[in-house]
Design a protein around this ligand. Sequence first.
Ligand SMILES: Nc1nc2c([nH]c(=O)n2[C@H]2C[C@H](O)[C@@H](COP(=O)(O)OP(=O)(O)OP(=O)(O)O)O2)c(=O)[nH]1
Length: 128
Amino acid sequence: MTINVVVGAAIIRDGRLLAAQRAEPAELAGGWEFPGGKVDPGESDEDALVRECHEELDVKVALTERIGGDWPLGAESVLRVWTADLVEGEPQALEHLALRWLSRDELHEVEWLPGDLPVVEAIASYLR
Ligand SMILES: Nc1nc2c([nH]c(=O)n2[C@H]2C[C@H](O)[C@@H](COP(=O)(O)OP(=O)(O)OP(=O)(O)O)O2)c(=O)[nH]1
């Protein structure tokens, strides 16, 4: 069985984390996640993440630090997360229902996808 790699960006600005609300598929719609997506064959994780942020948010990001290792998403996928700085552009919800910048106190005001919760905990210490 091949394990699918999903990459996610913890974009932080002024001590706040950018959270994005999924628009699809129906069973995930409304849940909040890190911008990102699946790594294409032959593509590095980091290149995939920069590409996905451009496609989804119309921004250029610079990845800064890997957060933890492979975070399990069910039996068949893992999530790999990097913190990121915005280098160019203001994030647009091109593929999401909404975007929010969350301070540490606000982290749990949105309903994160279940697999993201441990990652969100790991990122709390980076926020104000
Ligand atoms: N992008 C992203 N996906 C996540 C997170 N947490 C989580 O469980 N997932 C799941 C949702 C999806 O089943 C899968 C990522 O798929 P995706 O739909 O974002 O990937 P993609 O943009 O490459 O889309 P596609 O080619 O399949 O259409 O991982 C997260 O924080 N960010």
